[in-house]
Design a protein around this ligand. Structure first.
Ligand code: XIL
Length: 380
């Protein structure tokens, strides 16, 4: 099992000292919004560590290689990083016989220098697959392709990753297939057992990395999300019934600030249902899109911050939740501007730091949600 770094232990110890025996009734330091872009005061990882949780963010390799100002905030705010693209098939396995670890290894080296932990994302997905895979996969060769990829990639990082998103976005009830599984190249070639193959291969290649099924679209009290939650719970139960070595569910949490159907009791029940199956939960890709909100910056920031806290509070209340990552750290770069462009073309404001790297209201509301979480045991 992954052992915490000196840095994460220190962060935890500092937090415990702050709200520990010397002043038992003292509340945790209230997060403050820094007046300028310089990293100042404890970051979100410190707030998380005080509760035995972690905080982290997805890092784009372009930023890692070119934006020193952006990257200077990462060790302050994060205890964990994940790559936006470098561990996906298209990047890491670009030709049938060629693996390319350069970009992923750059993130690993950065993380090592700053004593950050790293999540792997993702071993199986229906997107970001290289053309050669789409063109050559058949029912006869698929199991070999999948096991070789996982043995090589998870083997390359073995012992150095905190988690692996073994399977990403595998549920899509709208495809009307058994168990609500998504119609993907892997399902077409192998049937539902592709999940068994992937989790067993990941366990064999890197037994210490927590094995995660990562999913989006489980956030709201709307029919499509209801169906997704039910199907996801069914898929997990099915895997568990065959002793497939899944250990956690990742909730991507790509939230929408204009969605009013946020029901905290539904979220609490959903997380409780996952935990009742003996699984951990990780908030893997939190961001809050504002493309349904008017342009005014202040009201957008307030709505985004309040929305994230309303979602995080019931989720973090469950002790099975290990930590939170946002999908990017600063509004300087977010995939949401490509995927859900605002009608007025203004950049979205979905992340904890603004494009000038200043802490936003969302930074403070995530800090408050972490502070309010019940204390966990030893951080994983
Ligand atoms: C996104 C990246 O952020 C983009 O840069 C890329 O072009 C597409 O993928 N859910 C996931 C992530 O699991 O891998 C996606 O990342 C965002 C949605």
């Amino acid at each position: 099992m992954y052992s915490p770094t000196r840095r994460s232990l220190l962060a935890g110890a500092t937090g415990l000292a702050l709200c520990g025996a010397a002043a038992p009734s003292r509340p945790a330091t209230r997060p403050s919004v820094a007046p300028n872009g310089a990293p100042s005061g404890p970051g979100l990882q410190s707030h998380a560590a005080r509760r035995g949780l972690f905080f982290g963010a997805a890092i784009d390799n372009g930023l890692l290689e070119t934006d020193a100002a952006y990257m200077s905030h990462v060790p302050t705010e994060c205890g964990v990083v994940v790559s936006e693209a470098a561990f996906k098939w298209a990047d890491i396995h670009p030709t049938a016989d060629g693996f390319s670890f350069d970009r992923a290894d750059k993130l690993m080296a950065y993380a090592k220098r700053h004593e950050l932990r790293v999540r792997g994302h993702a071993l199986v997905w229906h997107e970001a697959n290289p053309a050669w895979l789409e063109q050559t996969i058949t029912p006869a060769n698929a199991e070999g392709l999948l096991t070789r990829h996982i043995a090589t990639v998870a083997g390359h990082f073995s012992g150095r990753l905190m988690h692996w998103d073994v399977a990403n976005e595998v549920v899509y009830p709208e495809d009307n297939l058994p168990l609500g599984l998504r119609n993907t190249l892997w399902l077409r070639a192998l049937g539902p057992r592709y999940l068994d193959i992937a989790f067993h291969a990941a366990a064999a290649a890197d037994p210490g990395a927590l094995r995660v099924l990562n999913e989006y679209g489980t956030d709201y009290a709307i029919p499509s999300d209801e169906r997704k939650r039910a199907a996801l719970l069914g898929v997990v139960a099915d895997l568990k019934s065959r002793n497939v070595p899944i250990q956690a569910v990742g909730l991507q949490a790509h939230l929408d600030a204009s969605q009013i159907a946020l029901d905290q009791s539904v979220l609490a029940k959903f997380v409780g249902d996952i935990a009742a199956m003996g699984l951990k939960v990780i908030v893997t890709e939190l961001d809050v899109r504002d493309n349904g909100l008017p342009a005014d910056t202040q009201s957008r920031d307030e709505a985004v911050a309040a929305h994230a806290k309303a979602w995080l509070d019931p989720v973090l209340a469950n002790g099975a939740v290990l930590g939170v990552l946002t999908w990017g750290l600063s509004d300087r770069r977010s995939w949401l501007n490509e995927k859900f462009q605002r009608p007025d073309k203004l950049p979205q404001r979905p992340l904890p730091l603004d494009s000038e790297l200043r802490r936003k209201k969302l930074w403070a509301s995530i800090g408050e949600a972490l502070d309010a979480a019940p204390m966990r045991g030893t951080p994983l």
